[in-house]
Design a protein around this ligand. Structure first.
Ligand code: NAD
Length: 337
């Protein structure tokens, strides 16, 4: 059993903890938080031992009757791997502590790619992180792009990619984010940071990305155009995507014609927190004209990186190859709608 600690128990950390707990070959040693919020209380109610990220703030937890099992250093000492899910840029500050405890680390996409030997997606470059000491799961948008582009590159060859990423303004609990009544080119400069991020896991792909931020919290929507070396039909591409477990083809006839419909469907069918781990590609959006493929895909920013984190743990510990790990993760989580 791989012993896993989670530092930072927010949007990503709580999902990672549940996903790790669901794996047959992993166990959650505990989770760590800096502040005694409702999330800290929920962690203990769910049975996760809670550790204080900042030992000097431990009393703040006990004052609120939130039991603390120890300092973060104790969690690290007992963990083979720590998943760092602290806010963007904070993980880097823990690097020295993780190194001191000789604990392998999975960072998230909010950290710079410079702090790890390799960034990670399970489908595009699992092997780059095998046996490593640290890796970084790329951002939700980059994960979604890489998942679709890796099989296209393998099957047909990719000459170049142009993608417009229509991004949610914030997660549902991020009430301080926006816009609330605007549509923002974000950033205005092209390309957005997603293009270089994608190249950390698919270095040979020429790509331009543009970001647009809209007043929504549900999901991101990608409009993707790919110039292919070969000239498959749209049905060939549908068949290729259908063979990818982490890509879900959504038919117009199903009535799922929006991100809200997808969210409603997964909530209706019992997915915890409404999580959509899969890229949702609309079948009818797939078009190939003169070797240029276009499609729309919806990406659930809070969930698509979760199976990737589980695979990243196995890659660092070298307990499975990429295909075996993906299949084990998917079957434990129930990936596939
Ligand atoms: P979040 O703010 O929801 O959660 C962060 C958690 O870390 C909170 O519980 C917070 O209390 C805790 N924390 C704050 N400072 C800490 C510290 N010093 N030590 C330990 N814990 C601390 O953030 P998030 O959305 O889960 O993002 C985490 C990482 O995942 C970031 O790198 C982000 O870029 C990346 N990411 C986020 C999303 C998303 O849509 N939310 C998607 C993909 C990747």
């Amino acid at each position: 059993m791989i012993a896993v600690g989670v530092n930072g128990y927010g949007t990503i950390g709580k999902r990672v903890a549940d996903a790790v707990a669901a794996q047959p070959d992993m166990r959650v040693v505990g989770v760590s938080k800096r502040s005694p919020t409702h999330e800290a209380r929920a962690a203990t109610e769910l049975g996760y031992p809670l550790y204080a990220a900042d030992p000097e703030r431990r009393a703040a937890f006990t004052e609120r009757d939130i039991p603390v099992s120890g300092p973060l250093s104790a969690l690290l000492a007992d963990s083979d791997v720590v998943v760092d899910a602290t806010p963007a840029g904070v993980g880097e500050r823990y690097r020295e502590l993780y190194d001191r405890h000789d604990t392998r680390v999975v960072y998230q996409g909010g950290e710079s790619s410079e702090i790890v030997p390799a960034s990670f997606t399970a489908r595009a470059n699992y092997a780059d992180s095998r046996g490593g000491h640290a890796t970084r799961v790329v951002s939700c948008n980059t994960t979604g792009l890489a998942r679709a582009l890796a099989p296209l590159a393998e099957q047909y060859g990719v000459d170049r990619v142009d993608a417009t990423l229509i991004r949610r303004g914030g997660d549902p609990t991020q009430t301080d984010r926006g816009p609330i009544n605007d549509i923002l080119p974000d950033p205005i400069a092209v390309p957005s940071h997603h293009a270089p991020d994608l190249q950390t896991v698919l270095p040979s792909i020429e790509v331009t990305t543009k970001g647009v931020t809209v007043p929504a919290t549900l999901m991101h929507l990608h409009s993707v155009t790919v110039s292919l070396d070969a000239t498959p039909t749209a049905d060939d591409v549908r068949a290729l995507f259908a063979s990818e477990p982490r890509i879900e083809l959504i038919s117009t006839e199903s009535g799922c014609v929006s991100c809200a419909d997808i969210q409603a469907y997964v909530l209706d069918t019992g997915r915890r927190r409404g999580d959509v781990w899969e890229n949702c590609v609309w079948t009818d959006s797939i078009d190939v004209t003169d070797g240029r493929l276009s499609f729309f895909q919806a990406i659930h920013q809070q969930a698509d990186v979760i199976p990737e984190n589980v695979d990243a743990i196995r890659a660092l510990c070298e307990t499975a190859d990429g295909a075996t790990s993906r299949s084990r993760t998917d079957s434990a989580l129930g990936v596939g709608m």
